[in-house]
Write a protein of this length. Structure first.
Lengths: 1185, 337
């Protein structure tokens, strides 16, 4: 079928194009999975792209979704067509304004990529929990099921809201639709214009607040009239479904694509019917088609307009023959009598039967079920399972499908082997790494096939939960008919594995159908590769009669200067082997795509990609498959037997990718998980890792300090412990005056290393005979792996240096690095600039720390399953960690402090009361202010011994709260998006409180976790998403704002510039009996830098004045000294010497040099004036208090 | 007093030309040079390697970390266009031609043979009046023979000259077995001028950090001697215009350069160190000296002390070397004077 105006895009872009065209003001804030819509709007606005009215919409980032909703509300009140994009917690933050907007009958559309809401755990993935939480706001809720519909319904919603005056949520499934790439027919401007009547736009504008004809809106109403006022809107809601249907009918006239409020698909005389909404309904259609072809009589009602819910239209859509109805909700409402859609459908059916308007005989049996929460797969087999359940005499109600619920037994069975993948669809799956460009290449391929042929095309991409070494799996479908399969491939005609190592780690060929093609990127030549494959892979190749090809993509990449990017090469191989397009035509299209994709990045890049295309074909070889299996069995993914039971029985399954099969009983009931699980994962992702030269090492500890993944450890220990050391285990005399009789070892956990190289960069010890050699040298992993694993295992058993010893003092880097990190092996980006600070907190205070972590990078690498990095020391103590939300983290941590302070006070009151029972001297010690930690621990231990046989309620209470007598260190950790923007109000309040909390701001100067959107910390002249034209405003000076309180300890640190100052600040902040704020410069992948040079960038940031180091210690004021001490020199290098090492600044110089020059000059002035202002404060004799 | 000179077929108001430097990196800088009295400007170098590198770096970092993690599938917005190719440089030539009235000499530092000719043609099309080929090649590979390197230089010049119509000068370093022969071959290949000499990058060592540090030092007057010597030797023997571009800091060096046979003397170090006002000062000093010494024109002076014109040609050859060595005599403290 030939489309009129085909384009291959994802759901987010499909919705955003219409939203952008039909609006004048757009208020935005990033949240997954909706961020792309906002990013595109900002990008288009920066590029001067006009809307339907010929002007460029104003796109403004706000400080939170609450802020965005407020701005939308205000803009609407002032008469502009206004929209926003959001999801999940973001939509929840908008709810207060949504009630207002709806209450005022204001036309607008909020585009929502529907996502789960954080409950027992956060999920970035798709379900309908967010829109269901907003269903009482008065917004209409219109759902799209596919990328085409996300495009079409964006317009239908916009047109309908203008006529109905009811505001709309236009929702589509997060990730499954928002991130699925599909070929769709794009609306033309004429079609859009035909749907947006000018008179309705004018009517909207006429309702604006205008001092020329003033009104007052938003009054406070009393018991006499509020109720009546609330009821005034009823006619509008009654009319809305009809208006939506009329709008859909008009849309059909304009475009030929017809929709209705409730769409029935299936046998006209079906007895069993599903009711559902969202992308899952597409899969249901596919399953129903197959079932009916097998002689079943089933159907599905796709709910388009969920609010206002039109029961009459629902009933009208049902086949009169229906006897059983299963309503599937993609949400959970604990404690309710079924989920919202079920309740509405059940009520509608009941009302129709009672009213006598129902077309069917008797009362159909209506059951409800849940599916697909947090992007759980929803397959045709599950659809069949639901129909099978409906056919039972007593079908289960309030069931679940897609999981095994062995606790409440809600789940229904289904036959997962029932597959409906159509034969006329080409199905291809690609295994790759994030870093090799596999996904990008596949997106390009889909575009080529979608836009250059009559085929429909679909792509969906699965990423793992780590930010380094992540594995990607791309699922592509191409076919002559509309593709409705909104689930991952179940059988593939083409399997490409872009990294040889993945063949060894994953069952990559399970998905291959008989006769499929298998393409492997292999450094081993085709005539020798067979024997290197695992046994089960060989067996599958033989049993399924696969055609097997290899391509040495890295060889081609090396020859064509492509580095690790094998995307183009693998793309050529795919087209050459799959036959989706004639080979020559495909190559020509790839070249055109290269020109289009890379042309703007310069000729050199285009040329090297062309060279890769030309060379790739010659490197594809078919493997002559022997008829015998010669491979070794695949190494089972094994977690050490020493691991705790939970890790062995649950975590291991998650790591192995078998988490879908875990039953409900295996999951903690309240989201509480054991810490210390990352150490069992052993990801083995580094290609090279550092090796220690004990003769060159000066034992400074810098490498260990900066290691983002805590894989470099140091210990000093008695020589006798070396007995039994593996051969070659390295040690050196300890360079500590007081421990000169001991040995020192610096050891790497090679299996947890990411190979980032920061340690080698920071190492100051050079070989005097060859200065290119340092005490740490990167070496290929294959040469050192087994040896270093043995070394690590031995090292792990060596004595940990006791933290409570009298010496050495933990006030130098060297000494602090003897402390075991209680944060290790996180999935952060290789070379992360944040984690070294987090690790330092864990080393210094982890054994007595409560950590409140704002949502963001640090909560993801700190708390994302399957394994988490926070861990315990040998005594079992370690940080207790929790993440509440993005916006509330300061308050969350503050609440912890309040509880601890109260418990401490209560414990002390009980100690005072039970003084006689406890012993006077111990009681006195327990009652002392700010006791030393170890001493307090000993005293509490003694107290517990005494109270072991507690009898009275007071004794029992004291026993329970006794731990609160040990000093607790509360750390509130988050990024700049939290501290500067969304959480600033709370942070400000907490800092003003005077209570003893420690705030650590990991300042990357962008929202890193959601892909680099600008925050108020972003510096002037930097390009970020939402600041596509370069941020015009100066960076907010959070430190100086906090200093104004006078009683807040404030430090600005950059480990790469001064690790000693960093350490001093952390120690002082924690020691300060009041609120403290540490703002730490964290280099970031979102800066577009060579991450190995991250520490150098930190130093340059300080030297150019962008990041002055200082400590403001109110304790000094009490001593009559100036509390502010500047720890870095005045700017000594040009700002550009720092900035232009980073893509975020450089890309503006390359895209808009004139603006870049102006902003750079202003940023330089900012830096100098900031330093001068600090200097002035530091020079003031009197304290600022 | 006629200070005019001819270089690469261009008539220049006087012989002191700002050489390639950051001073000419934007249109404002070029206009400032014109306002300060520059008779022509040699633009800063367009490095082919830099263009390629910028393009690759941009591509690398725009792709780095993308499509790896579900929440952050990219880290930067897409710009409509990046000026990573030669566009910025070519635009500068166009602007300079539009907004100034002085000749603009583009400066190209290439790598690939295709790159040399491609960019040379682009520069010509953009309006450059002449082209200076800055052939900067560090022969670090011990397996490559000198003759091969010489051939590479000649090939570059031949190819570029064949691909453009504007005059081409060649800027090279002094490290050839026979610079005289090379000069002759450059002329034969079609070059119109020779710029003496390129100052090769000579990094310094940081003894504390034990690192090799790039450390560009500005030239000093004593560096004049080498180009002065070779200009004097080559003047009149090979059909090239000469430009001396090292060690020119005052009218004294300009005078010497002219007398050795250079059509122009070029400086950047002096202007970077002391400001653009030095152009007028030096030219004024030059005129004063010429008046005092009763010279009528620069033209009269060019080559007047070249090897073919001096009374004692051996002064430029080995005999001079011996004479210089022997002229050192230790003083009473044993220090050579």
């Amino acid at each position: 079928m030939t489309m009129k105006n085909p384009i291959t895009i994802d759901g987010n872009e499909a919705a955003a194009t219409v939203a952008y065209k039909t609006n004048e003001v757009i208020a935005i804030y990033p949240i997954t999975p909706s961020s792309t819509m906002a990013e595109l709007a900002d990008q288009w606005s920066a590029a001067g792209k006009p809307n339907l009215f010929g002007v460029v919409p104003l796109v403004q980032e706000m400080q939170s979704e609450g802020g965005a909703a407020g701005a939308v509300h205000g803009s609407l009140q002032a008469g502009s067509l206004t929209t926003t994009f959001t999801a999940s917690q973001g939509l929840l933050l908008m709810i207060p304004n949504m009630f207002k907007i709806a209450g005022e009958l204001t036309s607008t559309v909020f585009h929502v990529s529907a996502r789960a809401i954080a409950a027992q755990g956060l999920s970035i993935f798709g379900d309908h929990s967010d829109i269901m939480a907003a269903r009482s706001t008065g917004f209409a809720i219109l759902l799209s099921n596919s990328v085409q519909e996300a495009h079409d319904f964006a317009l239908i919603a916009q047109a309908a809201t203008l006529r109905a005056r009811v505001p709309f949520i236009h929702a589509f499934d997060g990730f499954r639709t928002s991130h699925e790439v599909q070929k769709i027919e794009m609306l033309t401007d004429e079609e859009i214009r035909a749907m947006i009547p000018e008179d309705l736009v004018r009517a909207h504008r006429d309702r604006a607040l205008n001092p020329e004809r003033p009104v007052i809106r938003g009054t406070a109403q009393n018991p006499d009239v509020y109720f009546q006022g609330r009821e005034t809107v009823n006619p509008f809601y009654a009319a809305a479904p009809g208006i939506v249907q009329q709008t859909m009918d008009r849309f059909a006239e304009v475009t030929g694509r017809r929709y209705s409020l409730f769409e029935y698909f299936g046998d006209p005389e079906a007895e069993r019917v599903l009711v559902m909404m969202g992308s899952g309904a597409e899969t249901a259609e596919e399953a129903i088609e197959a079932l009916n072809a097998q002689g079943e009589r089933v159907g599905v009602i796709k709910v388009r307009l969920f609010r206002p819910f039109s029961g009459r239209d629902l009933i009208a859509a049902m086949p009169p023959t229906v006897k059983r109805v299963a309503v599937l909700d993609r949400t959970k409402e604990p404690g309710a009598n079924g989920e919202p859609l079920y309740q509405d459908v059940a009520a509608a059916v009941l009302e129709a039967v009672v009213d006598g308007t129902a077309p069917f005989q008797g009362l159909p049996r209506v059951v409800g079920g849940r599916y697909g929460l947090g992007s759980k797969e929803f397959t045709p087999a599950m659809v069949k399972g639901v129909f099978d359940e409906l056919a039972k005499p007593q079908p289960k109600n309030h069931f679940t499908v897609g999981i095994v619920d062995d606790v409440a037994n809600t789940s229904i069975d289904y036959d997962s082997s029932w597959v409906t993948e159509p034969d006329d669809v080409v199905k291809a799956v690609f295994w790759g790494l994030g870093s090799d460009g596999t996904v990008g290449a596949n997106k390009n391929s889909i575009k080529i096939i979608g836009e250059e042929t009559d085929n429909f095309a679909q792509g969906y991409f699965v990423y793992d939960s780590k930010k380094s070494g992540s594995v990607t799996v791309s699922h592509l479908r191409f076919g002559p008919r509309k593709i409705k399969s909104t689930y991952l491939l179940q059988k593939a005609d083409f399997v490409a594995v872009h990294q040889f190592g993945l063949v060894e780690r994953y069952p990559v060929l399970d998905i291959a159908r008989v006769g499929a093609t298998f393409l492997l990127n292999s450094p081993i030549p085709a005539d020798r590769v067979w024997d290197e494959l695992p046994e089960d892979v060989q067996r599958q190749i033989l049993e399924k009669r696969l055609r097997f090809f290899t391509v040495d993509a890295y060889e081609v990449a090396r020859k064509t200067n492509m580095g690790s990017r094998i995307n183009t090469i693998m793309q050529v191989a795919f087209f050459a082997l799959s036959g989706v397009l004639p080979r020559d035509e495909a190559i020509q299209k790839i070249r055109e795509a290269i020109q289009k994709t890379y042309g703007r990045r310069g000729e050199a890049v285009v040329r090297q990609n062309f060279a890769a295309v030309d060379m790739a074909l010659d490197h594809i070889h078919e493997v002559r498959v022997p008829q015998s299996v010669t491979g070794k069995p695949r190494k089972a993914l094994a977690v050490s037997e020493d691991a705790p039971e939970f890790v062995r029985t649950v975590t291991t399954e998650l790591i192995a990718g078998r988490g879908d099969a875990l039953p409900v009983s295996k999951m903690p009931v309240d989201g509480t998980f054991p810490t210390g699980t990352a150490k069992w994962e052993k990801r083995n992702i580094a290609l090279e890792a550092p090796v220690w030269d004990e003769n060159l090492c000066i034992q400074c500890g810098k490498c260990s300090l900066v290691c983002p993944h805590s894989v470099i450890r140091t210990k000093i220990y008695p020589e006798a412990e070396l007995a039994g050391a593996p051969e070659g285990f390295r040690s050196a005399p300890a360079k500590w005056r007081e421990y000169s009789d001991r040995r020192f070892t610096l050891q790497l956990s090679v299996e947890d290393c990411t190979g980032c190289g920061l340690c080698v960069e920071v190492c100051p010890a050079k070989d005097k005979a060859n200065v290119s050699r340092k005490a740490l040298q990167m070496e290929p992993i294959r040469e050192i792996h087994d040896r270093e694993v043995a070394f690590w295992n031995f090292f792990d058993r060596l004595t940990e240096y006791p933290k409570n010893g009298s010496s050495p003092k933990f006030n130098t880097i060297k000494n602090v690095q003897l402390l075991t990190p209680l944060f290790e092996f996180s999935g952060a980006c290789a070379g992360c600039g944040e984690t070294p600070y987090v690790k330092l907190v864990s080393q210094l205070f982890g054994d007595r720390a409560l950590i409140a972590n704002a949502t963001g990078c640090s909560s993801i690498y700190g708390g994302n399953l399957p394994t988490t990095p926070w861990t315990t020391n040998k005594d079992g103590r370690g940080p207790a960690w929790s993440n509440s939300l993005f916006e509330d983290n300061a308050e969350f941590g503050y609440g912890m402090r309040l509880a601890l302070d109260h418990q401490n006070a209560y414990a002390k009151a009980l100690v005072a009361k039970l003084r006689d029972r406890i012993r006077h001297d111990l009681a006195e010690r327990l009652l002392a202010d700010r006791p030393a930690v170890e001493e307090a621990r000993e005293n509490v231990a003694k107290l517990k011994e005494i109270l072991a046989n507690a009898v009275t309620p007071e004794e029992k209470d004291l026993l329970q709260v006794a731990d609160a007598l040990i000093p607790r260190s509360v750390w509130i950790i988050g990024g700049d998006g939290w501290a500067y923007d969304i959480g600033y109000g709370g942070l400000d309040h907490v800092l003003a409180s005077g209570r003893n909390v420690n705030v650590l701001v990991l300042d990357t100067e962008v929202y890193s976790n959601t892909g680099g959107q600008a925050s108020k910390s972003t510096s002037r002249g930097a390009v970020a998403k939402f600041a596509a034209g370069g941020k015009p405003a100066a960076k907010k000076d959070l430190g100086r704002m906090a200093m104004q309180y006078g009683n807040v300890y404030v430090a600005q640190v950059a480990m790469g510039a001064s690790d000693a100052q960093t350490l001093r600040a952390f120690l002082e902040a924690e020691a300060y009996d009041g609120p403290s704020l540490i703002i730490a410069y964290a280099h970031c992948i979102a800066h577009g830098i060579d991450m190995r040079k991250g520490l150098d960038q930190q130093r340059l940031a300080v030297e150019c004045g962008h990041w002055p180091l200082y400590r403001y210690n109110p304790a000094l004021a009490a001593e009559g000294k100036n509390p502010l001490q500047i720890d870095s020199k005045p700017p000594s290098i040009p700002y550009k010497d720092y900035a232009y090492n980073e893509t975020r600044y450089r890309m503006l110089a390359q895209s808009n040099p004139d603006v870049a020059a102006v902003l750079l000059a202003q940023a330089e002035t900012d830096a100098r004036s900031r330093y001068a202002a600090l200097q002035k404060m530091a020079e003031t004799k009197e304290s600022s208090q | 007093m006629n200070l005019k000179t001819h270089y690469l077929g261009l008539e220049l108001a006087h012989p002191l030309v700002p050489s390639a430097s950051p001073l000419s990196s934007d249109i404002d800088g070029i206009r400032r040079l014109e306002d300060a009295g520059a008779p022509a400007v040699v633009l800063f170098s367009l490095f082919e390697e830099q263009i390629n590198l910028e393009s690759r770096i941009l591509d690398h970092y725009l792709a780095y970390g993308t499509e790896s993690y579900a929440e952050a599938l990219s880290y930067f917005p897409q710009a409509e266009q990046y000026h990573v190719g030669p566009d910025g440089y070519l635009n500068l030539i166009r602007l300079a031609k539009e907004r100034t009235g002085i000749p603009i000499i583009a400066n190209l530092n290439g790598v690939s043979s295709g790159g040399w000719t491609r960019y040379a043609r682009m520069m010509e099309e953009a309006g450059a009046d002449a082209l200076e080929l800055n052939i900067y090649y560090l022969p670090t590979n011990p397996d490559v023979e000198g003759s091969e390197i010489e051939r590479m230089y000649i090939d570059v010049v031949s190819e570029v000259v064949a691909s453009v119509r504007i005059p081409v000068a060649v800027k090279v370093g002094p490290y050839f077995s026979s610079i005289s022969n090379m000069a002759k071959r450059f002329a034969h290949a079609g070059a119109k001028g020779l710029v003496l000499f390129n100052r090769f990058y000579q990094p310094d060592f940081d003894l504390e950090a034990l690192e090799v540090k790039p450390n560009l030092v500005l030239s000093s007057p004593h560096e004049l001697r080498l180009p002065l010597h070779w200009t004097a030797v080559l003047y009149g023997r090979v059909p090239l215009d000469f430009a001396i571009t090292s060690g020119v800091h005052s009218h004294w060096e300009v005078l010497k350069a002219l007398m050795a046979g250079a059509s122009v003397a070029m400086t950047a170090s002096e202007l970077l160190a002391k400001g653009l006002g030095r152009i007028r000062e030096i030219v004024s000093d030059l005129a004063t000296w010429m008046t005092e010494h009763e010279y009528e024109s620069v033209r009269q002076m060019i080559g007047s002390m070249s090897q073919i014109n001096v009374a004692e040609p051996a002064a430029f050859e080995r005999a001079n070397y011996m004479k210089v060595l022997q002229s050192f005599r230790p003083d009473s403290t044993g220090i050579l004077v």
